[in-house]
Design a protein around this ligand. Structure first.
Ligand code: FES
Length: 358
């Protein structure tokens, strides 16, 4: 049930910048649940474009306490879905949407007094804004610092909203803009958020020891720079939460390891539970992952990115062992609880059982 798509009406469309729109989805009362979300989570949108089904994940930029379901869609130069969405998705149209997923979230607590650092670049602000608004609302004694990178001031997504948060939470929220194609008087704010910028930020603007957690979302290079600077400065990996929108291509070494694993897994039985039904299938290496094997058997396992990023294909291993080629979508806690990304998973033992319903 929760993995199914629902046709939702677009209640509002707003132009955010020259290349980004936001859409408010009308979540009818009878859909709550399965539609309820934690700050920082995302939705899978689906459409048929030129006869082919296309799925994309978009983070919610609203926060649950606002009672609004808003996603932002930035037009990518060759983005098939984003260009289609900009052209066709208007108020009153319908779009297929899967209920929210994702572990880029945080349990804000009214009694906690903490400090948080948030790092976003470009459209990476979307889930970070959701978390920021939730934190300011639900943790009223905590402090939030947002480090936000963009090309120039015209391309800053949600600029107005962020500055009205600044006016409202003057004492507890600080915002620092970094522009790569515009100059500020203070040189620290010129350029991208990269390793050298992170050294300056940590030296001059952040006390790592006081941080409760850091949140990171943006292009891969920026994320790696922020994550490694924070962990080098002493912030424990479990307190650095990251959300990736895409994954780099597999290296030759990863491809070789994957092919070896697939060859060894040929014919291994996998018992799969999905939507209350159980079926046993044999792993076929030509289909590459557990997800593709499950779907080829006729079971409608959920997916979106197929690149280990969105976690839409998440399932729990209840018996046996599997190996994942890469994982950008599961938290450490989920991994320890036995969750896997089926689009990245290959069976290792002879007795694998997985459950999409848990
Ligand atoms: Fe996105 Fe598997 S489909 S992580």
């Amino acid at each position: 049930m929760s993995n199914e798509f629902h046709s939702l009406r677009i209640a509002e469309r707003r132009n955010e910048t020259t290349d980004a729109i936001s859409l408010v989805l009308d979540i009818r009362e009878e859909l709550q649940p399965p539609f309820s979300f934690e700050p920082g989570q995302h939705l899978t949108l689906r459409s048929t474009i030129d006869g082919e089904e296309v799925r994309r994940n978009y983070s919610l930029c609203s926060s649950p306490h606002e009672g609004e379901w808003r996603v932002a869609v930035k037009r990518m130069p060759h983005g098939r879905f984003s260009n289609w969405a900009h052209k066709h998705l208007k108020a009153g149209e319908y779009i297929d949407v899967m209920p929210p997923t994702g572990s880029f979230t945080w349990p804000f607590d009214r009694s906690r007094i903490g400090r948080y650092a948030m790092f976003a670049s470009g459209s990476g602000i979307t889930p970070v804004l959701s978390l920021l608004k939730s934190g300011l609302e639900n943790e009223p004694k905590s402090h939030f610092a947002l480090f936000y990178g963009n090309k120039d001031s015209d391309s800053i997504l949600f600029l107005e909203e962020i500055h009205s948060l600044k006016d409202r939470y003057l004492e507890r929220f600080e915002i620092h803009h970094f522009l790569s194609r515009e100059d500020d008087e203070l040189s620290i704010f010129n350029g991208r958020i990269d390793s050298s910028k992170m050294s300056l930020i940590i030296e001059q603007m952040l006390n790592i020891e006081q941080l409760e957690a850091a949140f990171v979302c943006g292009p891969e290079g920026m994320m790696v720079a922020v994550e490694s600077a924070l962990s080098k400065a002493g912030l424990d990996a479990s307190h650095i939460l990251s959300e990736r929108f895409s994954a780099a291509a597999l290296s030759d070494q990863q491809i070789k390891a994957m092919e070896e694993l697939e060859a060894r897994a040929a014919g291994k039985p996998i018992k799969v539970r999905l939507d209350g039904r159980t079926r046993t299938l044999e792993f076929d290496p030509a289909k590459e992952s557990i997800l593709e094997n499950v779907r080829a058997s006729g079971m409608r396992a959920p997916f979106s990115c197929k690149a280990g990023v969105c976690a839409t294909c998440r399932a729990r291993v209840t018996k046996g062992s599997v190996e994942m080629i890469r994982n950008f979508g599961l938290s450490e806690k989920e991994r320890l609880e036995g969750y896997i990304l089926t689009c990245q998973a290959i069976p290792v033992s002879e007795d694998v059982e997985i459950d999409f319903d848990q």
